[in-house]
Design a protein around this ligand. Sequence first.
Ligand code: AMP
Length: 175
Amino acid sequence: MADLTRLRDAIRDVPDFPKPGILFKDITTLLNDAECLRLALDAFEERWKDENLDMIVGIDARGFILGGALADRLDCGFVPVRKKGKLPAETKSAEYALEYGTDVLEIHADAFDRGARVLVIDDLLATGGTAVAAARLVKDIGGVLVGMAFLVNLAFLHGEAKLGDVATQFLVEYE
Ligand code: AMP
């Protein structure tokens, strides 16, 4: 397995973004580096290549970058899960909790056939609310949720416990 500490070193910490007290894990510095991007995609590809996936579902917005590239590697289709009001055709929606209040994610109702084998991908798992909502949407439209992959897990927030017994992959973890 390739040395993934290179990935950890490439992620930039931005204090107090988007608001005071939040330490933002900026993955754009990892994406800027062709070798890091390839390392990350290699690791995702290696983990999921034998799972017979049909679709990669990427979460708005950084999940689109990784998900699109991974879909090409795994010969899958790509499906965006977007914030409310962005998808043009008929959607299913799922509400999830934010620190203050709620937000809504949507998926196109006809994004894949029932029984499609799906991997959900995002850049980072924090409290898990976003990922749980995306998983619900996949199941709502008849997908088989095979796994969930993230570049980063903020493990100290225990988001993984909310995901249930689905297979997961994290490339960089912060305890
Ligand atoms: P959560 O629903 O709490 O798991 O939040 C996950 C979503 O919020 C992901 O789409 C992340 O991109 C973003 N996010 C949450 N916390 C951070 C953070 N500290 N640094 C970067 N992105 C974050």
